[in-house]
Design a binder for this molecule. Structure first.
Ligand code: NAP
Length: 208
């Protein structure tokens, strides 16, 4: 049976500025809910909609992702976007990953609700949905219909696509913006991040 089974792989893409426990918890929830074998964390050096000035150097963000995921044997990191010039478009990333893994592999790109509601403005979203499924981490009771409220007809259609699956999770209310703000203001941030990442940020004076 092993050889015939299609490998089910999660891809967690992000700016990870920095990676925090909310990202890791969401990845773990999706891995469990969708019976995925592993999750590949892809750091985006130049994500499409993010302000350049607030973005920490990509190699440092990537390093923190590697530290954060090191103790979970089912979490991997990929340099697929790090080593590609230009804007980090997800459709290009999934296409590249598909070439690196056995042809029968099935990919699930993991994203939060805010990111999912912006899908219509992504590069080639329809083609992205041909290449992978999208696993949207949503609050409990948040239906597809509710998630699509206020979106353009194209946005609604994309969220309604059969390749978009909602994974309900209570989630951890942590954001990278809040972490950076806390570090800058000298407020506690240690327990929002995996220990090695929190220590690295404190020791190197990152985000101060
Ligand atoms: P990020 O801020 O580092 O977040 C990474 C992912 O984690 C996002 O999907 C985010 O969803 C989710 N997340 C953050 N905090 C969470 C929490 N506490 N609980 C559960 N989920 C949480 O990364 P980003 O800058 O938004 O980028 C996300 C990915 O989308 C990247 O791979 C980027 O390259 C890609 N992207 C691609 C295109 C394109 O191809 N055109 C356009 C935009 C983004 P929420 O933001 O919804 O919280």
């Amino acid at each position: 049976m092993g050889k015939l089974r299609r490998a089910r792989l999660g891809v967690m893409g992000g700016s990870f500025n920095p990676i925090h426990l909310g990202h890791l918890f969401a990845a773990d929830e999706v891995m469990h809910a969708l019976s995925l074998e592993e999750i590949i964390f892809v750091t985006s050096p130049r994500p499409p909609f993010k302000e350049e000035s607030e973005m920490l150097e990509a190699e440092t963000r990537y390093l923190m992702v590697a530290m954060a995921t090191a103790t979970n044997p089912r979490f991997r990191v990929s340099r697929v976007e790090m080593d590609r010039p230009g804007t980090s478009y997800t459709v290009d990333t999934i296409e590249e990953l598909r070439k690196k893994y056995p042809a029968r592999s099935e990919f699930f790109f993991i994203l939060g609700m805010d990111a999912a509601r912006e899908l219509a403005s992504w590069k080639e979203p329809e083609r992205l949905l041909e290449l992978c499924s999208l696993a949207v981490v949503s609050r409990p009771g948040f239906s597809k219909r509710k998630a699509a409220e206020g979106l353009s007809p194209e946005g609604r259609e994309l969220l309604g696509h059969q390749g978009v699956v909602f994974v309900e999770s209570q989630g951890l209310d942590i954001s990278s913006t809040e972490v950076r703000k806390r570090v800058k203001e000298g407020r506690p941030f240690r327990y929002l991040l995996p220990d090695p990442v929190a220590r690295y940020i404190a020791d190197r004076g990152i985000y101060r």
